[in-house]
Every structure is written in structure tokens, then in C-alpha cells.
Design a protein around this ligand. Sequence first.
Ligand code: SF4
Length: 497
Amino acid sequence: MKQFVDERWLIRKRSSGKARVALVFPNSYFVGMSNLGLHVVLRLLSEEYAIACERAFINGESMNKPVRTIESGSLLSSFSVIAFSVPFEGDYPNIVRALLGSGITLRAVERKPLEPIIIGGGTALSINPEPIADIFDAIVMGEAEAVMGELSTAVEALAHEREREKIWERLSSIDGVYVPMLMDRPPNVVLADMKQIEPAHSVILTRETEFANTFLIEIARGCNFKCHYCAYGNLYCRARFFTADQVINVVRRYREKFDSVGLVSAVVSSHPEVEKIACAIADDGLRVSVSSLRADTLTEGLVAALSKRGSTSMTIAPETGTERLRRAIGKSISDEDIERAIKLAEKHGMHSIKLYFMFGLPFETDEDVTAIGELVKGLAERQKGMSFTVSACAFVPKKGTPLERFGMAPAQVLERRSKLLLSSLKGIERVRVSIESIRMSQLQALFSLGDRRVLSVIERAIGLGGSFSAWKRAVAETLCCTLEDFTQHPVTTQATN
Ligand code: SF4
């Protein structure tokens, strides 16, 4: 794998240890290495718990073929333990492809004694593990640090255990670990004690990520806002902050290895010490950037610190074109908040703004969609020094959120609103637009809302070639309804587990 040669490790690379684990990210190297969750597990296993960890990624080339690790080229099937890090439910089919392609029995209950123990974790599985729960011997529900000590001890002890029932029993005794073969429903998510752990951070730097050679560090977890559509905010519904000292100390430990730092959190601008953190990093001569910002909590001090070392862009998620709809979906930011944030960005020398929107939301009218164009047009006309990138996708209902029960809008409504949105944004100077595929969003809804029957759908759709019509046929054959029915009426079309 060519990207691999470009890597710079910030922690010691461990080639042997108490146990040997394949850590698999079910998407490409580029996506996986951009994800802090993978870095956290790699650091915990290899640095804190002395387990030799090799990474594997599932990219276009490796689809339906035996998967090999990038460290030693070993086959997945040669490991006694495979750990999947799964932040996005859209990657569920890649897990199935990886296992089938590697000749590993898909369902835990059918797996033979000499086959690997398969463990999963990550935000998507914490939100709704059910669609692929039957694959796993165990799933970590919540934050890795909260279970990793006990889990790594168990993994070490179980590496040569061949009786699967014994493996399940041992793993099910760990708080926060879901053993789908023994439990009807997942336990509550477990949270780490922020005072006792290190902020999650990059442990390998590479050009081949979304944030090339940028040291990512998490400054907070959870979120206080509970927007009605957001699974993360409703699952981890209390913001918890690392202190400025915790963050700055970690950055300074590795400071010579990079010149750019990305602060990661759903609530960057709500952190009570974010200005202190950003200023300290900028004063050390490093460029500071952030994930996305809530326009209503943004301060001038933070924007000034971000722009001090040349950060030139900012990301804001207005989600809708009207304040009425924003309020209805629980996102209480005003048009004025958005405009103020962009003015601050312009004042401090930034010149590019990313704006995220959704369409097909419950309570939405065509006028709400055309209002997105009006909002963006107004912003572009008033902030002439700015260029804008507008990204939009269809609303995908998420498990455990207040909007889950509304389901997804019908495909023809989504198609119409997507066209309306495009035409409302057409011809606005300095505005680039990208709209995600509606079909992909429908499949995402199948995975985000689905129950245990969905694994058979995935298996069947892959067997039929994986085209969109294969997915529709697989849903019809397996769930006895259409994909549209399933995503529009999630409550009535799902089996009760
Ligand atoms: S969308 Fe952002 S602000 Fe809203 S609940 Fe989710 S993480 Fe929090």
C-alpha cells in the first residue's frame, strides 16, 4: 500500500505484545486515517495495553478479496482477534464484504472454534448496532477508554479459547460490552472519566488524510444541544471538556513533529477554554483549525486565534434555510448568528466558508428549501470577500432521536426538493454546490434504522452484485417491503427484537 510509506509515527510502533489484534477500518486508508477513533484504539492497544496491533482498510481494490493488514501483509483470517472501528453506518456492507472475502464465517453463532473473535466499536455501533450485531462476539457500547483495560485483559486470556460460549460469557461480564448472542438489547453506553484519560489525538501523521500532516486533538466529548435529528447529541447528551492544560500538554509533547493542529469536537466553540487553547497553540507558532463551529457560540477571540497562523476557512451547519424549520428540528441558531459568524471570519482574513444543509426534513415545505438559496445568496452578496461551498444531503432519520419516528421523505419528494435546492443556488457568484446521492441516503437510513434482519439484506444485496436495484430486491425479498416503505415508516415496518 503506497500511502503507508509516508507515515510518521508519534508513538512507538509495537510489532509484538501480549496478544495480536487486527484493527480494521471498514473504509479506505484515507477515510480511516482521518478518523480519530482509529488513532485512539491504536494508541490504547499498543501503548497502554501492550497488544500488537496491525491495521487493515477496506478500499475498492480489496472488496470481496481476502483482506490483509498493511503492517505485515497478514491475512485477517490469521488473527485470533479482529477489532472493527466503525464510526459510520454506511460502512456496514464493507464489514460484510471484508469477512466474506476473507473466508471468515459471517455470523458469530456459526463461527468455528479456530476462527477469530470479532469485536466492534465506534459511534455507529453505539447508536444502533442491531443491523450487523449478529456478526460480533462483542460490541463496545460507548467510549473505548472506559472498557479497554478489562477488554484487553479478556482478549489476552481468550486468544486461545475455542469455545465460543465461554468467550461470550467472559466478554459479557464487562460493563458496557454488548454480546448480541447472549443479550436481547445493548447495555447503556459507558463514558470515560475525562480527568483520568488523555484527549484522543493523532498517533500517526500522513499526507494521505483529509487533514494532511495535521495533528488532530479532541477538546471535548458529547454535546449539550440535543438537536432533534442528531444521534450523537442525543446519545452523548452532556458536553464534557478536557481542560486547556490537558490539551496543550499533549500538543507540546509532540510539537516538533507538525506545524498544524486541528481541534476536534462537536462543541468546539462551547468549550469554556477554547480561546486559551487556540491562543496557546498559535503562540507556539502552530496553525490552528477546528472541525465545525456552532454559529451562536462563536466568539471573536476564537476566530482571531484561528486566523492568527493562517487558518482561512470555517465550517458552519445552518441545516435549513429558515429559522422556523431550524427551531422545529431543535437547532436554535438564527440567520443573524450565521451572518455574524461569517462577518467575523471575513474580518479576520478568512476567505472560505463551508455550509451544511439538509433537505427532506419533517415539517419542511418547498419554501424552506428555496430559502436556502435566498440565505446563501444574501450571505454571498454581503460578504464579497468570501467564497462558499454548500453541501447538502437528504435527511436520514437516526435511531434514538426525536425525529426517528417521522422516517425519511418519499423519493419523489427528495428528488423534487433536491432540484429546487439546486435551482435556488444556481448562478450565485462564488458559491460551489454539492448534493449527496439520494439513493446513498436511503441505504444509510436502512442501516441507521434497521434491526437484526438487515444483515441478511446486506448479504443478499452483495450476492446480487451490490447495485441499487440489488439493494431494492434484497430488501423486498428479506423484509417483505420496499426500501422506501422501510425508510419512510420505520416504526411500522420493523420487527420487534
Ligand atoms: S448537531 Fe451538533 S450541536 Fe446539534 S446535537 Fe448534534 S453535535 Fe450537538
